[in-house]
Design a protein around this ligand. Structure first.
Ligand SMILES: Nc1nc2c(ncn2[C@@H]2O[C@H](COP(=O)(O)OP(=O)(O)O)[C@@H](O)[C@H]2O)c(=O)[nH]1
Ligand SMILES: [Mg+2]
Length: 287
């Protein structure tokens, strides 16, 4: 049974740990529904959703875990694949309506650029509108003024932003910034209601996964595939070999790809791993 409810737009919040995603969900919900934390938690592409009513509409807000390190090691890649597969399964029926990119006020860090690529380019194939939310601006004389003074680097980086909000996602100790917090809630309602009228992006699941896994691999391990962005099984298998994955690691990844539902991973045959196909089929049936 799909975990999404028909007609409810999926909105994915992403950004580095500590950027204020969970606080923002609590602010929009008007309640402490998402756990906030100053420290890192979870794995890349881990996602948890919250149904939040706004005016006459209801949204499903996804609190996700982005990339906090410059790149993933093979284990991190395996876990990211697992989480991406789960996320895509949860999203495939309704698709994705909007991405919300959370950053703390400051310069664009390498981590922010990585997360932009990971979610906008790789997860969503540059097809989903993206709104930028800049948090921790409660001490600015004018929160909106921050954007006017700092927007140039975002343009230079080539971010395709359809809207933005300069906010205070937390009311501060003793609710000292409660006025800015209230102003923020109104801004977020306006952003949500104005940027969620377009149709959701809803690619075919297998194509989505194969492309995502291939691009993630290519991007993370820094080797380019022979056929550009649309890597097939063959490319993925060659890519895994090129980026130094061992036979065991390749089989582990292949077994996860088989979980997608194709039933076979022909790339293993082309790598001369045909004997292992049986063990992959076996892994497939493990709990
Ligand atoms: N002062 C201030 N603190 C914030 C703001 N947004 C989040 N925080 C704090 O920053 C920490 C991390 O926030 P959290 O929402 O858990 O970030 P996440 O990891 O992106 O979900 C928490 O201690 C929040 O209370 C903000 O706009 N202003
Ligand atoms: Mg969080």
């Amino acid at each position: 049974m799909p975990s999404t409810i028909p007609g409810i737009p999926n909105i994915i919040l992403f950004g580095k740990t500590g950027s204020g995603k969970s606080s923002l969900i609590n602010l929009i919900a008007g309640d402490c529904v998402a756990k906030t934390s100053p420290g890192a938690a979870g794995s890349t592409f881990d996602g948890q959703s919250y149904l939040v009513p706004v005016s006459t509409r209801t949204f499903r807000l996804w609190d996700t875990v982005g990339l906090n390190e410059p790149s993933l090691d093979v284990n991190g890649y395996l876990v990211a694949i697992e989480k991406a597969i789960k996320l895509i399964r949860d999203l495939e029926h309704e698709g994705i309506t909007l991405l919300m990119f959370c950053i703390r006020g400051g310069r664009i860090t390498a981590a922010a650029q990585n997360n932009y690529r990971l979610f906008f380019d790789i997860l969503c194939d540059k097809e989903v509108p993206i709104a930028l939310v800049i948090t921790n601006l409660e001490n600015q004389p004018s929160m909106e003024g921050w954007w006017e003074a700092n927007k140039k680097p975002f343009d230079r980086f080539g971010m395709h932003i359809v809207g933005h909000a300069c906010i205070a996602a937390h009311p501060g100790p003793g609710d000292v910034h409660s006025d800015k917090h209230v102003e923020t809630r109104q801004k977020m309602y306006e952003l949500l209601l104005s940027q969620t009228c377009a149709q959701a992006w809803k690619p075919e699941k297998t194509e989505w996964l194969t492309r995502l896994l291939g691009q993630l691999l290519e991007w993370n391990f820094g080797r380019s595939g022979s056929s550009g962005s649309r890597l097939g099984h063959q490319d993925l298998a060659n890519g895994l070999k090129r980026c130094g994955c061992t036979k065991y690691e390749t089989i582990c990844i292949a077994s996860k790809i088989i979980h997608i539902g194709n039933g076979r991973y022909d790339g293993l045959v082309s790598l001369g791993y045909s004997d292992e196909l049986d063990s992959v089929q076996y892994v497939r049936h493990l709990p």
